[in-house]
Design a protein around this ligand. Structure first.
Ligand code: ADP
Ligand code: ASP
Ligand code: MG
Length: 289
C-alpha cells in the first residue's frame, strides 16, 4: 500500500470576516459528543461544489474519506459538480437556445457530477484504497420523469451494497437519477444533498454528513451577516424552515426527506472536518430565541 499522507490543511477561507470557531475535535465518523459509530456501520458523506472545486481540494477530500474508511466504516461518498460547473453548463445551453429542452438539459447537467465522481475515485485509489464511482442510475436512484426537477420515487442500492461488502469506497454522482423510462433526470438545484439523504435512508446508514464551505447552519447567512449565530443542534422542522427561507447550506427537500426517514444530518466544513458542526436530529432541544 502507498503510505497515506494527509495533505497539508487547506488555507482558511478568507471570505468570512469573523473567525471560524473550532469546536471540540472529533475523529472522523464520530457522533457529536464523541461516541464512536459502530464498527462496520455505513456512513454517507456528501461534498458540495466548493469542496471539490480543484484537483487539490479533491485530493484533500480523498484523504478525509480514506481516514473515515480506516476507522472501520463502510463509506459512501456523494459529490456535486466541481465549483460553478453546473452554472457553466447551464450558461452553455442558454447560449445555444434561450429555452433548452429539459431532457437534453438533464443529459448535459448530469455530466458535472460525473466528472467529480471519477476524479475523486481516482484520487482515493491513488491513496491505496479501492473505490468505484457510480452514476445516479447505476446506484438505483429511480425518479419520476419530471426533467430538471425530478423527485426520487425509490432507491434500489444493490450495486452500492455489493461494492461496500467487497470493501470498496463507493463514490456517487449527486443530483441525478433515472426515470422509469430509463432517461437521465436531475433533482433540482442543490439536489446532491437529496441524493445523500436518500442513499443514507436506503442503506440504513448510521449518519449522513454534509460537507460544505461553512461549518454548519447559522441563524442567518454568515457570509452576509457576520454576527449570525452558529446553531449546534436543530430539529428537522426548524432546519427545513431555514432552508426554505434561503439557508442553502442544506437543501430543503433533503431535510424534509431526512425528517420522513429519521436520518440525522451532520453539517460540517470540509476545510475543518473534525471541527464544529450542526447536528440535525429528531430529538434536538428547542431552539433558544
Ligand atoms: P455546497 O455547494 O457545498 O452544497 P452551498 O453553497 O449550497 O454549498 O451552501 C453553503 C452556503 O450556504 C454557504 O457558503 C453560506 O453562505 C450559505 N448559507 C446561506 N444561509 C446560511 C445559513 N443560515 N447558515 C449557513 N450557511 C448559509
Ligand atoms: N451541482 C448541482 C447544483 O449546482 C447540485 C448540487 O450542487 O447539489 O445545483
Ligand atoms: Mg448546496
Amino acid at each position: 500500500l502507498t503510505p497515506l499522507t494527509a495533505p497539508p490543511p487547506a488555507a482558511p477561507e478568507t471570505r468570512y470576516n469573523h473567525p471560524v470557531g473550532r469546536g471540540p475535535r472529533r475523529s472522523p465518523g464520530t457522533r457529536a459528543g464523541g461516541t464512536p459509530l459502530a464498527e462496520g456501520s455505513i456512513l454517507v458523506q456528501k461534498y458540495g461544489g466548493s469542496s471539490v472545486a480543484t484537483p487539490e481540494r479533491i485530493k484533500a477530500v480523498a484523504a478525509h474519506v480514506v481516514r473515515t474508511k480506516e476507522q472501520g466504516h463502510k463509506v459512501v461518498v456523494v459529490v456535486s459538480a466541481m465549483g460553478e460547473n453546473t452554472d457553466h453548463l447551464l450558461s452553455l445551453a442558454r447560449q445555444v437556445t434561450p429555452h433548452p429542452d429539459r431532457r437534453e438539459l438533464d443529459m448535459l447537467l448530469s455530466v458535472g457530477e460525473r466528472i467529480s465522481m471519477a476524479l475523486l475515485s481516482m484520487a482515493v485509489k491513488a491513496l491505496g484504497h479501492d473505490a468505484i464511482s457510480f452514476t445516479g442510475s447505476q446506484c438505483g436512484i429511480m425518479t419520476n420523469d419530471n426533467h430538471f426537477a425530478a423527485r426520487i420515487v425509490e432507491v434500489r442500492p444493490f450495486r452500492v451494497q455489493d461494492e461496500l461488502d467487497r470493501g470498496r469506497i463507493v463514490i456517487v454522482a449527486g443530483y441525478q437519477g433515472t426515470s422509469y423510462k430509463r432517461e437521465v433526470t436531475t433533482l433540482g438545484r442543490g439536489g446532491s444533498d437529496t441524493t445523500a439523504v436518500a442513499l443514507a435512508a436506503a442503506l440504513g446508514a448510521e449518519a449522513c454528513e454534509i460537507y460544505s464551505d461553512v461549518d454548519g447552519v447559522y441563524s442567518a447567512d454568515p457570509r452576509v451577516i457576520p454576527e449570525a449565530r452558529h446553531l449546534p443542534a436543530l430539529g428537522h422542522g426548524e432546519t427545513a424552515a431555514l432552508a426554505l427561507a434561503g439557508a442553502k447550506v442544506l437543501n430543503a427537500q433533503a431535510v424534509q426527506l431526512a425528517r420522513e426517514k429519521g436520518i440525522t444530518i451532520h453539517a460540517r466544513a470540509t476545510r475543518d472536518p473534525l471541527g464544529r458542526e450542526t447536528v440535525v436530529r429528531l430529538d434536538a432541544p428547542p431552539l433558544e430565541p
